[in-house]
Design a binder for this molecule. Sequence first.
Ligand code: MRU
Length: 374
Amino acid sequence: MSQPSDIQPPTIDRGPLAGLPPTLEWVGGRDGVLRLLDQTLLPSRIETRDTATAEQVWEAVRVLRVRGAPAIGVAAAYGLCLGLRPHRGLARDAFVTTLREIGQYLCSCRPTAVNLAWAINRMTSVAEHYPGGPASALWDALLTEAHAMAAEDAAACRRIGEHGAALVPDGGGVLTHCNAGALATVAYGTALSLLYVAHARGRRFRAYADETRPLLQGARLTAFELSQAGIDVTVLCDVAAASLMQAGRIQLVVVGADRIAANGDTANKIGTYALALAARQHDIPFYVAAPLSTFDCSAPSGQAIPIEQRPEDEVRTCGGAAVAPAGVRCFNPAFDVTPAALITGIVTERGLVQPVTRERIGDFFASGSQTPCL
Ligand code: MRU
């Protein structure tokens, strides 16, 4: 039972997906849990799972119950609170040492999306700058910070949609890859936020979702959430994207990002690079939509971005059935890097970065109050 002075989670505007369980939400006060919509079960089953320890959050991120760069950042912040909750009786220094250990552990579960390290760094900074008082008061400040991050993520995603909606061609086709929607963030999404806002403004368009082998985030998740929001969506095999462009049915490609280097090179779901190449061949604008928390100025170029390698079995099987001979070697990087030169622009919550060059990105951040650098 929550006391009057308990810490309450923020109320989040969840836009067109308010009818579904949230991607992630803190339920309760200090003794609460992190509730996740289990994305491994979608679209067949809509079920939530409560996590109450850092280990449970680590597992949920690792097996993609919660996934998408912004969502795993916020999940990690809450995971840190859960991991630290039993340690609130420690002396302050010991508490901060434990925070660093749990933070490192949580960062280890998926290496490519920088939002995870960004979130843990932001929480660590709260601890380092906390003026005084017992560890239990610092823990309260950390939970409050995690709530702020959740609310900010939803608001940033909404603003990304508002900044980018005009790019959505009235009467045209929009292709996206993987899932950069509400399911990948606290609400609205990044790439799909453009579609939600454009749809709300009365634009008519057809969305196309690459199925996104091997884990089918496009078919299972993007098609699910766009249909739930009443947006016309067609799923295609990844290999059909270039021919769809050649047929003149795509006027915009928009994708999300897991990490954007200082020169604009962008890591996103494997297959994004091939889409960008095909879009360039067909003279179709190729946009990335991402919050500032996805930029990593400490990575000079895409070469510095670590690419997660996932289990080979994800390729050998599909929906539990073997699709390749048992024991055959499989190549399964979760992400690839699209060179900045192939990206028309990046839509952020502070507006558009275009052209995508090191200088333009540098100016963009120099001119704002927020810095994306770790
Ligand atoms: O492996 P996933 O499903 O976490 O990959 C997700 C993506 O590649 C998304 O496009 C990216 O994280 C941006 S989500 C707004």
